[in-house]
Every structure is written in structure tokens, then in C-alpha cells.
Unconditional design. Structure first.
Length: 211
């Protein structure tokens, strides 16, 4: 896009931050299964204040042949084969999320989505691996750029663990709800918005007329 036309596009140099959390069957993006994905869309008003708007989420059927470690399930409490789980095949889940993100890119006048995550490299690696094995051609996310709220929260609040960072930011943390993709993504989204807005309130990057 040749012109920056929205507050969001102006704030992030034409990029659209989208908060993503992926729950998995382990730590290996190539060998372990994706089990849940959630993505939180954000909007920015004319004054430069950022807030979450919509959560996209799907349970994901384990991709055939990939591993699911019991230790991971013990943490997430996910039953990948529960009959009422209503999970989508990996390709369908990603395609549904990507469709909405591309629509948001168009509506916000942005060029590319950038994944926001807590320890974002983990989620981005699983996302890229799933895109590759499903041969998805229209991936709206930048393949390697991301915003990491662990790093940002370490700077802003002196905390890098999600639960502690959320609490240090003055937000509510419910431990019993943690490790679901929806809850973690929504908490990460609130944390990211709090950091961006706090920087804005301190005078960092205020919208201003350019000569």
C-alpha cells in the first residue's frame, strides 16, 4: 500500500499486530502437534489508543503423524480426542483465521500482519511449520518479524512470566483458566495494549503533524 491511511498503519509502519497463542503437544514445531489456536484482533483510535476487539479461536485436530507429549497435556488439560471437542483439521483452522486477518489488513490499511505473542518465537515457529506442511499460500503473517510481550513486559514492568507480567500491569490473572489458547491470547492482548498505551501516555510516539 503506497499511503498510510489509518492510525494502526501509521503506528506500526504499515504492519498490523495480531496477538496469537498456540497450544501444542510439545516444543518441536516440526514434530509436535498444534492443538489450539487463538488470535486476537486489535484496533487503534484516532488518538493512538490500542484495544482488543475480536477473538478468533479453533480447536485443532492433531496433524497425522505428529507427536503429543503427555507432559504437555498435563499442563494444558487438553483432551485431543474428546468426542465433543469440535476440532478442525489444521489447514481449515489456519485458513479460517487467516481469512479474518486478511480482512482486517484490508480494513486497517495495513500491508502485513505481525504476530504478537508471549515468547512469540515459539508461536511463530509453530505457525510457520503448520503453514509449510499444509502448503498454505496466502499466509498474512510476516515470516520472521514479531512483537514479544515477554521482552516488552520485562522492559515495562520488570516481569517476563505471563502471569506475573499481567499482574504487574494491573490486570486480572486467573490461574485456573491459563494454558488455553483463548485465555492466554486475550491476556497477552490486554498486556500488549497496556504497554503500548502506557508508552503513549508517557509521551512516546504521540500522533503529530509531519512537515
Amino acid at each position: 500500500m503506497s499511503e498510510v491511511t489509518s492510525p494502526m498503519a501509521a503506528r506500526f509502519r504499515g504492519f498490523l499486530p495480531v496477538v496469537v497463542d498456540i497450544e501444542t503437544g510439545g516444543f518441536d514445531p516440526a514434530g509436535d502437534a498444534m492443538l489450539e489456536i487463538a488470535a486476537v484482533l486489535l484496533e487503534m483510535d484516532e488518538e493512538g489508543w490500542l484495544r482488543p476487539t475480536q477473538t478468533l479461536a479453533h480447536h485443532v485436530e492433531p496433524y497425522p503423524g505428529l507427536n503429543i507429549a503427555q507432559a504437555s497435556l498435563d499442563i494444558t488439560k487438553i483432551d485431543p480426542y474428546h468426542p465433543f471437542r469440535v476440532a478442525l483439521p489444521e489447514r481449515e483452522a489456519l485458513t479460517a483465521v487467516f481469512r479474518e486477518v486478511r480482512r482486517e489488513l484490508r480494513d486497517r490499511g495495513c500491508n502485513r500482519a505481525v504476530l504478537v505473542g508471549h515468547n512469540a518465537a515459539f508461536d511463530l515457529a509453530f505457525l510457520n511449520a503448520a503453514v509449510g506442511r499444509n502448503q498454505i499460500k496466502r499466509n498474512p503473517f510476516h515470516p520472521f518479524s514479531c512483537f514479544d510481550t515477554a521482552t516488552l513486559a520485562g522492559l515495562a514492568f520488570g516481569q517476563t512470566v505471563l502471569a506475573r507480567a499481567v499482574q504487574a500491569a494491573g490486570l486480572e490473572w486467573r490461574r485456573d483458566d491459563a494454558h488455553s489458547a483463548i485465555y492466554d491470547a486475550e491476556c497477552t492482548a490486554e498486556l500488549f495494549c497496556r504497554i503500548v498505551n502506557q508508552w503513549r501516555s508517557l509521551g512516546g510516539w504521540p500522533p503529530r503533524d509531519t512537515p
